[in-house]
Design a protein around this ligand. Structure first.
Ligand code: BES
Ligand code: MN
Ligand code: ZN
Length: 484
């Protein structure tokens, strides 16, 4: 499986002949660039806010699209990404689109980051999940970015393409139904894509190996399933690497809740419960192309959470990889059980930092809504670093505290820990549970992506469903680490 995006993106100095749609980027303080007079602008409501678009039939092409980038002095990667996404969505019924950004990006001093942002916006907005449709869902195939057409612009397109392809790979994994994206299938897709990307080493543990390695949490969750679990590790070791980052992702390919069964309503989107694993593995696939000079290892514990005859029962106890015993009082708090083992394995390599991504708690959506991920960390500067990376790429992350006082809510009568806390603060008690499995002295941040991983409204940069949230934050985080 090759990393590809749904549209091809190229640079040029001129609008190609016969292109079907031409989008012109317009700054809100340069409305004259739109070519429309005041009366028309007022009547249409087009103010050139970032991501706002106005479609005009004809005007030299089949469609002319005006797209806002907001105020010219605030032009940044975010506004360019939004603009390219809006242009792409407006042109989704034609085959070819030219985005004329020359006037808008002329004051921008970095042509590489400008075309990178435009490429990301276009490729992400053009994404569709077509795997199970009988007819091809859309027509747009080619986007040409019209600027100065130089090498720096081409370099930005290459970077943007690598990043967008990784995000789309994550979206494909998350959108794939739980019945077809089994743990074995997830592992096979990642192995094939890693072989294509090159410079990555993949290790897949099957059930026997998982048992031999005493991943008790992963086995406990898998007990109720007819699908075998997998534990996938991918490592990237560039020459002269600066530092070593471990990435861990929750890989529940479907979460029924187990015997603590979910309500049907809450179960409908639970194919998304491997979005953390998808994000960390997809990030790995982009690193060789981006030549990120940091050593990175990603870990994904994979299983579905089902209700078969041998399913774990509330009250059962297992022993995790690091020797901690856990009383499972709610089988729907399963993510922390598989992450426990993965965090322990990751810690054994003594990386500089560990980041984990997980669709872990509904409580995080209650706290922060469905657009913002929670960050819980044992290291404030690491938490700040992750959030700064998120801000740069337009992924919203907000800190929540690991309240020491709440740790006692995890005390069990029969084991070292129980897997649920009290009625309140569910994201925090989940974070405190995970902390028990992070090696002494290792800075760690947990990203609860339950809200933003999957969307039931159409976002600016793609369709409903999987968002690929986290991939761009992780790539940005790793690239920043390289230049620290
Ligand atoms: N996968 C869910 C969390 C989730 C909810 C993700 C909504 C995405 C959207 C997780 O395994 C879960 O069921 N958590 C429980 C924890 C509780 C039993 C302590 C929850 O949030 O209700
Ligand atoms: Mn659950
Ligand atoms: Zn879950």
């Amino acid at each position: 499986m090759t990393l590809e995006t749904t549209v091809t993106v190229a640079t040029a100095r001129k609008v190609p002949a016969k292109v079907e749609a031409v989008a012109r980027l317009v700054a809100s303080d340069r409305l004259d660039d739109s070519g429309l007079d005041r009366g028309v602008l007022d009547a249409s409501g087009f103010e050139a806010k970032a991501g706002q678009s106005l479609v005009i039939p004809g005007g030299g092409a089949v469609l002319t699209i005006l797209v806002g980038v907001g105020p010219s002095n605030g032009l940044d990667a975010r506004s360019l990404r939004l603009a390219a996404a809006a242009a792409t969505k407006a042109a989704q019924r034609v085959r070819s689109l030219a985005v004329d950004h020359a006037a808008a990006t002329a004051p921008f001093d970095d042509p590489t980051s400008a075309t990178q942002a435009l490429t990301e916006g276009a490729a992400l907005a053009a994404y569709r999940f077509g795997a199970h449709r009988s007819a091809a869902p859309h027509a747009l195939r080619k986007v040409t970015l019209v600027g100065n057409g130089d090498k720096r612009e081409a370099a930005g397109v290459a970077r943007g393409r690598a990043i967008a392809a990784a995000v789309c790979f994550a979206r494909d994994l998350v959108n794939e139904p739980g019945g077809t994206l089994t743990p074995a299938e997830f592992a096979a897709r990642v192995s094939a894509a890693a072989a294509d990307a090159g410079s990555l080493k993949v290790t897949v543990w099957d059930k026997r190996k998982i048992a031999a390695q005493r991943l008790g949490g992963l086995l406990a969750v898998n007990q109720g399933s007819g699908n075998e679990p997998r534990f996938v590790q991918v490592s990237y070791r560039p020459a002269g690497a600066r530092g070593h980052v471990a990435l861990v992702g929750k890989g529940i390919t479907f979460d029924s809740g187990g015997l603590s069964l979910k309500q049907p309503e809450s179960m409908m989107t639970m194919k998304c419960d491997m979005a953390g694993a998808a994000a960390v593995m997809s990030t790995m696939l982009a690193l060789p192309a981006l030549r990120v000079p940091v050593a990175v290892t990603a870990y994904a514990p994979l299983t579905d959470n089902m209700t078969g005859d041998f399913a774990q029962r509330p009250g059962d106890v297992f022993t995790a990889r690091n020797g901690t015993t856990v009383e499972v009082l709610n089988t729907d708090a399963e993510g922390r059980l598989v992450l426990a083992d993965a965090l322990a394995v990751a810690s054994e390599a003594r990386p500089d930092v560990i980041l984990d991504l997980a669709t872990l708690t509904g409580a995080c959506m209650v706290a922060l809504g469905d657009k913002v991920a929670g960050v819980l960390s044992n290291d404030e500067s690491l938490s700040d670093e992750v959030r700064a990376a998120g801000t740069e790429v337009g992924e919203a992350l907000w800190p929540l505290p690991l309240v020491e006082d709440y740790r006692k809510l995890l005390d069990s009568e029969v084991a070292d820990l129980k897997n649920i806390g009290g009625r309140y603060g569910g994201t925090i008690t989940a974070g405190l549970f995970l902390r028990e499995f992070v090696g002494e002295g290792i800075p760690w941040a947990h990203l609860d992506i339950a809200g933003p991983a999957f969307t039931e409204e159409v976002p600016a940069d793609g369709p409903k469903g999987a968002t690929g949230f986290g991939v761009r934050t992780l790539i940005e985080f790793l690239e920043r680490r390289a230049v620290r």
